[in-house]
Every structure is written in C-alpha cells, then in structure tokens.
Design a protein around this ligand. Structure first.
Ligand code: AP5
Ligand code: ZN
Length: 212
C-alpha cells in the first residue's frame, strides 16, 4: 500500500510509521531522517538563503522545497509500497506529490499544542537505531541507554523549547492547509493521536485494513 501520515511535530508520525513499515512490509520514507543524515550537505548552488539543510532545521524552519522535493521523488521512485512521513508540509509540496504518486490511505494524527510541547522536549532518540523514547511517557529500562540495541539516547538539536514552538507555528501556517486540502479525499482518515501509542496503532491498523 501507499500510505501518507500527516500531523504536527510530535504527533507520533515517526513512532507509528515504524509500526506500519514493519507490519505491512513497506518502506518508511521520512524527509526528517533523510535531511538529518544530510544536515551539512552543500546546497549553495540551489539558490537558497542558507548553504545547508541544518541551518533551517535547527531553528525549526522548513528546508526549501526544491531540496525536499528531489529527496522524495527519488525515494518514492524506488519504493514499491511506502509510508511517507514529514512530506508534504505546504501546498506547493502537495502539488508535487500529486504528480509523483497516488495514495491509498491518508492518515491525519491530531494532538493539542501543549501536549506536543511536552512530548518533544522530553523525547530522546537512539543514536544508533533511531528508536524513540520519552523521559516520562516511554522511558528506557536504563537511563540514557536504548532497550533495543544498547546505543546512547540523545536529544535532537531542534527539540529545545524555542525551536519546538517555532515548529508548531510553522505547522499551523504552512501544513494545516495541506490537511484541509486532503480532508475531502476518500482515502482520508482522522486519527485521535492523544490516545496511548497502542490505541493509536489499533486505530491505524483498522483504517489501513479497511482501505487496502
Ligand atoms: P521531522 O523530522 O519530520 O520532524 P517533525 O515533523 O517535527 O516531527 P517529529 O519527528 O518531531 O515528530 P513525530 O510526529 O514523528 O513524533 P514522534 O513519533 O517522534 O522534521 C524535522 C525538520 O526537518 C523540520 O523542522 C524541517 O526543518 C525539516 N523538514 C522535514 N521535512 C520537510 C519538508 N517536507 N519540507 C521542508 N522541511 C522539512 O513522537 C514524539 C514524542 O512523543 C516521542 O518522544 C514519543 O515517544 C512520544 N509519543 C509518541 N506517541 C505518543 C503517544 N501516543 N502518547 C505519548 N507519547 C507519545
Ligand atoms: Zn537503539
């Protein structure tokens, strides 16, 4: 299946995309991870304001469309089925995506703003395998150590309170219109992201199974 997962920063897109990729055997295409792996890439020849993706990301601003569109186009052309996470983030990107592929399921996770601030400022990520933890909501067995692989748990550079609040403002301004745009689509499903991770996952499986 071709699945799109939408929602504000911290809604649980990464957490649930891992479940989807594992259970349905699809590729997890995530612009956030792809860009984090290329934060120092030289984009100065693309006529952008800053010379690297990292300069935008650490502040919580969007990386220019032409950089991101190229990443997604390449990744989707190589994937049979996919769960796309982190794209599109504005209406221009949504238009690009419509030219690249059709979608079978469009999931939209919703969570209130103050809950998102708590989730993101408390998030810790395994430096080796990428598994998500939260100091309060899903702590590891041993402080600072990944349960799955023993790797170090680190805090993302954009998970400080100032960048988090900017990411939420950028979402409201640029990405909410994308969700409104998809709302009338037959493939669209709204999911309550404020439930426990297991409850959210159960709703997502029901939504996918009903459509593919
Ligand atoms: P990206 O990496 O996409 O970050 P984001 O959208 O801010 O999303 P997050 O990864 O922060 O949150 P998530 O929804 O995946 O939540 P998670 O599952 O981790 O983008 C980063 C940056 O890259 C952007 O700011 C931008 O600069 C750039 N970028 C990326 N895509 C771009 C694009 N298309 N165009 C331009 N620029 C782009 O969960 C969060 C926390 O909550 C975790 O600690 C988790 O354990 C916990 N949690 C999860 N579910 C629950 C639950 N149900 N209950 C309680 N806690 C939970
Ligand atoms: Zn790990």
């Amino acid at each position: 299946p071709r699945i799109l997962i939408l929602g504000p920063p911290g809604a649980g897109k990464g957490t649930q995309s891992s479940n989807i990729a594992e259970t349905y055997g699809v590729e997890h295409v995530t612009t956030g991870d792809a860009l984090r792996g290329n934060k120092e890439m030289d984009i100065s020849d693309m006529d952008t304001e800053y010379d690297t993706p990292g300069a935008y990301m650490d502040a919580g601003d969007l990386v220019p469309d032409k950089v991101v569109n190229a990443i997604v186009d390449e990744a989707l052309s190589q994937a049979d089925g996919f769960v796309l996470d982190g794209y599109p983030r504005n209406l221009e990107q949504a238009e690009e995506l419509a030219d690249m592929t059709d979608l079978d399921v469009i999931l939209s996770l919703s969570v209130a703003r103050e809950e998102l601030v708590d989730r993101l400022t408390g998030r810790r990520v395994c430096d080796d395998c990428g598994t998500n933890y939260h100091v309060e909501f899903s702590p590891p067995a041993e402080d600072g150590v990944c349960d799955d692989c023993g790797g170090d748990l680190i805090q993302r550079d954009d998970d400080n309170e100032e960048s988090v609040r900017n990411r939420l403002d950028v979402f409201d301004e640029n990405t909410r219109p994308v969700i409104d745009h998809y709302e009338g689509d037959d493939a669209f499903v709204a999911v309550d992201g404020e439930q426990t991770p297991d409850e959210v996952w159960a709703d997502i499986q029901d939504a996918i199974d009903a459509r593919v």
